[in-house]
Design a protein around this ligand. Structure first.
Ligand code: UT7
Length: 330
């Protein structure tokens, strides 16, 4: 059996930076409210017609470069996004074409915020069994086009943002890489954080009425998400530690999904983990859903915050509700 380890990583944030003050010009909000309730000071939005595959390209190029590989070395593409370029085909196929990969398998997974961790779990299975040697896993999102940029949608609009992260998972026989992954879902909360339209249950799928009602925009019941997140994050982190006989002291770095700094602080307190072991970039990047963990991880690696031999935990919670964690020996 092989182990899957991250041989390359990269990320990309669109150039257009939108500050809290910029949002306060178009809706009734303030820098003070957003910082106090979420920790966010700014976020990046696309300009023009960029889709998640466009954001994924520079991230993937950097990941390939770090791994010392070319497009020809990749055996499988896994693309985690809740905001695909199109309903069909998946963004993985679009990336295959745009980057000139061989005619390899390309699959999209739509598990929203934990999508990247779910993707790690899938990639690991291919690598462990020797079915694939190098897998490209992308987390990329364009959320800005699904936000209600009026006072009506202010609780959701101030949180979500655009960006992409990519990793190459490679096979090794060394004592490093993914130790375990842990996946969960609870669909009874589906409507607490969802995009209702367009829906294949409705004919036609999109109408002026649907748009007038804002059903094509991201809806979030923030309080319900918060309540469940602060329960599930610690649970799934402890599950990953227990599966590997690790204690809090054994964890060198926690990379949580960047949902809200208050959620991260709550989790840190509940676990008794010092904040300096926890990667946080939400003040600069906002919540980029499936892209959030690979962006934070990529920044941490390039800043030298993650070192060989360290125990890393990744954990995410979001729409579904779905949540997941991964334990990694770097
Ligand atoms: O990836 C996972 C996805 N999401 C999350 O992790 C989000 C989880 N939830 C949250 O982070 C929080 O629930 C929010 C940040 C979304 C909201 O914070 P809150 O402390 O739960 O505020 P609230 O919804 O209870 O609203 C408090 C007040 C309300 O006014 P009233 O009724 O007390 O007069 C809101 O209308 O704050 C108001 N409000 C705002 N005010 C200024 C809501 N959004 C805003 C805003 N600016 N952007």
């Amino acid at each position: 059996m092989y182990r899957a380890y991250i041989s390359g990583i990269g990320h990309y944030l669109p150039e257009n930076i939108v500050t809290n003050d910029d949002l306060a010009k178009i809706m009734d909000t303030s820098d003070e409210w957003i910082v106090e309730r979420t920790g966010i000071k700014q976020r990046h939005y696309i300009t023009g017609n960029q889709g998640p595959t466009d954001l994924a390209i520079p991230a993937t190029k950097d990941a390939l470069k770090m791994a010392g590989l070319t497009e020809d070395d990749i055996d499988l593409i896994i693309f985690a996004t809740s905001t695909p370029d199109y309903y069909a085909p998946g963004s993985g196929c679009l990336l295959q074409e745009k980057m000139g990969f061989n005619t390899i398998g390309a699959l999209d997974i739509r598990v929203q915020c934990p999508g990247f961790v779910y993707g790690l779990s899938i990639a690991e299975q291919y690598i462990k069994t020797g079915t694939a040697k190098h897998v490209l896993l992308v987390g990329a999102e364009v959320q800005s086009t699904a936000l209600d940029m009026t006072t009506n949608g202010r609780d959701t609009a101030v949180i979500f943002a655009d960006g992409a992260g990519a990793v190459i998972l490679s096979a090794t026989k060394e004592d490093k890489g993914i130790l375990s992954t842990h996946l969960h879902s609870e669909g009874k909360y589906a409507k607490e954080l969802w995009v209702e339209s367009p829906s294949s249950k409705v004919n036609p799928r999109i109408t002026p009425e649907i748009i007038d009602d804002g059903k094509h925009l991201l809806f979030m019941n923030g309080r319900e998400v918060f309540k469940n997140a602060v329960r599930r994050f610690p649970e799934v982190i402890i599950e990953a530690m227990d599966a590997n006989g690790l204690t809090i002291d054994d964890i060198d770095v926690l990379v949580p999904h960047q949902a809200n700094i208050r959620i991260t602080e709550f989790v840190a307190k509940k676990l008794g983990m010092p904040m300096n072991k926890i990667i946080s970039n939400i003040h600069r990047v906002g919540n980029t859903t499936a892209a959030s963990i690979p962006i934070a991880l990529s920044e941490a690696v390039s800043e030298g915050k993650i070192k060989k031999g360290q125990n890393i935990i990744l954990a995410a919670f979001g729409s579904g509700f779905a949540w997941a964690s991964a334990a990694i020996k770097w």
